[in-house]
Design a protein around this ligand. Structure first.
Ligand code: COA
Length: 363
């Protein structure tokens, strides 16, 4: 038995490839470097779902149909009552998605792409005592997410930054939530059920719950001059540095640089966050040097969470929403994998080794 199924191949996929040695991510034949900054969220939706829920519409048609779906699911936001508002944003999102019909067609897929964006932004506004903002169906998905969050049409650079984030995290091999989605899909339960399972897997701190602590660390360090001492003391206490290290990547996580580039462009337009970025870069450099000296045999580099935290913070998402924003971007990967599994795979039913007592021993 392989604990955690490490190195076990459990699916064949045409959707994405994570090359941990080369630091490369390929999404359906296209390297991440050629997607971020060039492709919109809608382009990547088309790339990932084409052929799996029929032929994917083109970008213009996808913008229109996703906009319609956001408007359609907004009606369900009225179900957020006081009891639901007590829950973390990702749990509110999950509860509302559970009310949506199951299915395996393009219509169901688009509804599932629209729903997390509408439900998360509505929940965040209600939590801070504001009314939800109705979707504007003519906007692109990223633009409308920011409009629903902040109640004003966002700047072009903000939309570009969120697009870069959603594209960057759209799919990433057979991670825990994607595997959960495929397991459910293998029973032919339908896309809504698959996405619900995936969100449940994502919310754990070992998967999608990590970027908040990166901001906590930067807040604690405060200035670039404090970085080396603070990081050294944290490692001396046996702590891990948040935003560094990865199970698969043995070199730099390519998603980190994609997000760092998007962040640089964002602050060029909005210098408010410039000090924060300078602090982050100082912490990154200091951490890499210290980790290299302390763990010369274990390559530990920056991972996706480090710049995710800064980017989402600069876009004014509160820390408690980061996992939910991850779900907004990753749903397209879950949907594509669920359809690929349902179309080509068999029921996923591994075996276990029984290590409990035998009947006569238990008696
Ligand atoms: N800071 C300091 N040391 C770290 C480290 C980090 N961020 N990540 C790994 N290490 C060290 C471990 O202490 C261990 O050292 P040891 O062999 O002396 O005990 C060694 O590197 C291997 O750790 P291991 O837990 O086997 O690595 P992993 O590949 O299974 O873990 C992570 C991957 C992501 C869980 C791990 O790197 C981590 O905890 N990172 C911080 C949290 C984070 O950024 N999570 C988001 C991931 S996208």
């Amino acid at each position: 038995m392989k604990n955690g199924l490490e190195d076990v191949v459990a699916a064949e996929t045409q959707l994405s490839h994570v090359n941990g040695e080369a630091g490369e991510l390929i999404i359906r034949g296209v390297s991440l470097d050629h997607l971020v900054g060039y492709a919109s969220y809608e382009d990547v939706v088309a790339l990932l779902v084409d052929g799996l829920v029929g032929t994917a519409p083109d970008r213009t048609e996808l913008v229109r149909r996703l906009g319609q779906k956001r408007a359609e699911v907004f009606a369900h936001a009225g179900a957020i009552d006081d009891a639901l508002l007590e829950l973390p944003p990702v749990d509110i999102m999950r509860a509302l998605i559970a009310r949506l019909p199951d299915g395996d067609d393009l219509d169901t897929a688009l509804r599932l792409l629209a729903a997390p964006a509408v439900f998360l932004t509505a929940a965040l506004r209600l939590k801070r005592g504001e009314s939800p903002v109705a979707p504007r169906p003519s906007l692109s998905h990223s633009a409308d997410i920011l409009a629903m969050l902040g109640a004003k049409v966002p700047m072009r650079q903000e939309v570009a930054a969120l697009d870069a984030y959603l594209v960057t995290i759209s799919d990433h091999g057979l991670n825990a939530s994607t595997f959960a989605s495929r397991v459910v899909a293998s029973t032919k339960a339908g896309l809504t059920s698959s996405v619900l399972a995936a969100i449940s897997a994502l919310k754990g701190p070992l998967h999608g719950g990590a970027p908040g602590p990166v901001l906590d660390m930067l807040d604690a360090i405060e200035t670039p001059e404090n970085a080396e001492t603070w990081l050294t003391r944290a490692l001396d206490r046996g702590e891990r540095l948040m935003g560094f290290g990865h199970r698969v990547y043995r070199v730099r996580d390519p998603r980190a640089d994609a997000l760092k580039g998007a962040l640089r462009q964002l602050i060029a337009a909005d210098p408010v966050n410039r000090d924060r970025i300078q602090l982050a870069e100082a912490v990154e450099q200091s951490a890499l040097a210290i980790l290299k000296a302390r763990k010369p045999d274990r390559p530990l580099d920056v991972n996706v969470e480090f710049y995710t935290a800064l980017l989402l913070d600069a876009l004014k998402f509160p820390r408690e929403a980061f996992t939910g924003v991850f779900a907004i971007g990753r749903t397209v990967g879950w949907v594509a994998h669920a359809r690929e599994q349902a179309l080509e795979g068999r029921l996923i039913r591994p075996r276990s080794i029984y290590v409990g007592p035998l009947p006569q021993q238990a008696a």
